[in-house]
Write a protein that binds this ligand. Structure first.
Ligand code: HXC
Length: 510
């Protein structure tokens, strides 16, 4: 017995040292923490319970049978974040570069399955060189097993990926199927094929950072939902995010008890919308004045800035906020902003999070670039996502709600539950100038007539009252009452019951 205990302890110590002190030092020298140090920061103190520490790879090729490290390059198990259960896996770059063997994959699949069985989120920390080259197709099979679990878990428990080092080949597809991807600036990158292969195939010369660094994926591709300065900041922020989201699709997000929104007007909001309709203003001011304590966790802050998405709380309960941002491209909807918001709306709907939508949108972006890029399909994604969502939906039109974008942005017609407009709202097919140029084209050579027509159109449609008279807007509210009105609306919607017709699954325009 003593002998066995000594052996177990020796193996555990070996596992804890991963690829050895030299490789740990190299990891630290790059500004990265080790797999275990990361879990310590992510989870509540002493809450981590590890599984499969004695698992080793079974590869015999290329002298691998003499190179075995217990745990085989990934640390798995469960712990808590602010007392709530989460399953975790953390790739250990010091062991064969965190590459994936069949055994390594089996460890990940085990925690993926346990997360679903026990209704808890799963968080993956990535720092890995892809498929274990020595294992060949066994490794590819392992990836496929993980991908399958990613898909089966999607919409059942939240899945979060944090990219904290290189992430190549198979290691990018699993994160891509999770709900959110976060990266660490300067030390992480993601690509399907690395710079060497790119050079061979396309003769293009790029660095890993240029090909798939955090800037690329948070600003250009939109693959990542956020980036942080270092491992510490990333893990602390993931803890903060987890507080906003529910454990699974049957539960609601945790509630901070004792918060009641009183009828305390915020008069600063009455001057938020400038009198010049073409002048921008920062919609984040409204968001921060709506959510409790101005605490807003933004998703995709650096990508498609013309739409703002993120989590906040109202009366202690999580809400998802989607808002056109007049500060960027006048808040227009284009392909990127539609994709970004559609995915966010679908996350909220999967996980019982009510959606607040702030609308100030001049329409969809015109032009060949957008049309050639498939704006029709991308715009339809957002329309589809809002229309199918059955969670409570509260919409506030602050200024422009033009054209198809009016319909898309959680309008009454696609089952917005409570739809308000500020007195500054303009709900119309398009702006007055554009409208007059089309319907009074014959008068275009008569500037006076055109001015008269424009004024007439402006007067008729540049207000919320036509929509309100038709019941498309439930009420015109004063900006200073917005938080109170939203809190009241959400209170009435707490027990909302709505379901869609039975189907195997929908066919969202991908
Ligand atoms: C086995 C690997 C490995 C791999 C790295 N290592 N990647 N071992 N399989 N895929 C080992 C190295 O041999 C080395 O071992 C240690 O990890 C650290 O690697 P270095 O190259 O020294 O580190 P660094 O210079 O930081 O470069 C990291 C890296 C690079 C960018 C990740 O190692 C790399 O390009 N690796 C290969 C990436 C790749 O092409 N993977 C396969 C993708 S295909 P020692 O003993 O020296 O410490 C794929 C298919 C799946 O994943 C498709 C599913 C859809």
């Amino acid at each position: 017995m003593k002998h066995i205990i000594e052996m177990l302890e020796a193996k555990r110590a070996e596992a804890e040292l991963g690829g050895g002190q030299k490789r740990i030092d190299a990891q630290h020298a790059k500004g990265k923490l080790t797999a275990r140090e990361r879990l310590e920061l992510l989870l509540d103190e002493n809450s981590f319970e590890e599984y499969d520490v004695y698992v080793e790879h079974r590869c015999k090729e290329f002298g691998m049978d003499s190179k075995k490290i217990p745990g085989d390059g990934v640390v798995t198990g469960h712990g808590t974040i602010n007392g709530r259960l989460v399953y975790v896996f953390s790739k250990d770059f010091t062991v064969f570069g965190g590459s994936l063997s069949r055994s390594h994959a089996e460890k990940i699949v085990k925690v993926q399955q346990m997360a679903v069985k026990n209704g808890a989120p799963i968080i993956g920390l990535f720092d890995a060189g892809g498929a274990r080259i020595q294992e060949g197709v066994e490794s590819l099979a392992g990836y496929a097993d993980i991908f399958l679990e990613n898909v089966l878990s999607s919409g059942v428990v939240p899945q979060i990926s944090v990219i904290m080092g290189p992430c190549a080949g198979g290691d990018v597809y699993s994160p891509a199927m999770t709900d959110f991807i976060f990266m660490v600036r300067d030390t992480s990158n993601m690509f399907v094929t690395g710079p060497d292969v790119v050079k061979t195939v396309t003769n293009e010369q790029v660095t890993a950072e240029e090909l798939g660094g955090a800037r690329v994926h948070t600003q250009k591709s939109g693959v990542a939902d956020g980036a942080f300065e270092n491992d510490f900041e990333a893990l602390t922020q993931i803890r903060r995010l987890m507080d906003f989201i529910p454990a699974n699709n049957q539960e609601k997000a945790p509630i901070r008890e004792g918060r009641v929104v009183k009828n305390e007007p915020d008069y600063s909001l009455d001057t938020l919308v400038p009198s010049n309709p073409n002048q921008p203003y920062d919609i984040k001011e409204l968001i921060e004045k709506t959510v409790d304590d101005g605490d807003f966790f933004e998703i995709g802050a650096d990508f498609a800035k013309n739409i703002v998405c993120g989590f906040g709380r109202v009366e202690g309960a999580t809400v998802g906020v989607v808002a056109n941002q007049p500060m960027s491209l006048a808040g227009v909807l284009d392909s990127d902003s539609s994709r970004k918001a559609a995915r966010f709306v679908r996350f909220c709907d999967c996980f019982n999070i009510p959606i607040i939508t702030f609308v100030d949108v001049p329409g969809f972006m015109p032009g060949t670039k957008q049309e050639y890029g498939g704006l029709i399909k991308h715009g339809a994604k957002l329309l589809f996502a809002y229309a199918e969502a059955t969670v409570p939906k509260v919409t506030i039109i602050t200024r422009k709600a033009y054209g198809g974008a009016y319909d898309v942005m959680s309008s009454k017609h696609i089952r917005g539950d409570v739809n308000y407009a500020w007195p500054s709202a303009e709900i119309a097919v398009m702006g007055a100038k554009g409208a007059v140029e089309i319907i009074f084209r014959a008068d275009m050579n008569d500037p006076e007539k055109i001015k008269e027509r424009t004024d007439e159109y402006q007067k008729r449609f540049a207000n919320p009252f036509v929509a309100a008279s038709l019941g498309f807007i439930d009420d015109v509210i004063m900006p200073h009452n917005t938080r109170f009105k939203i809190a009241n609306a959400l209170r009435t919607l707490k027990k909302k019951k709505l379901s869609n017709p039975w189907k195997k699954h929908d066919n969202i325009p991908l």
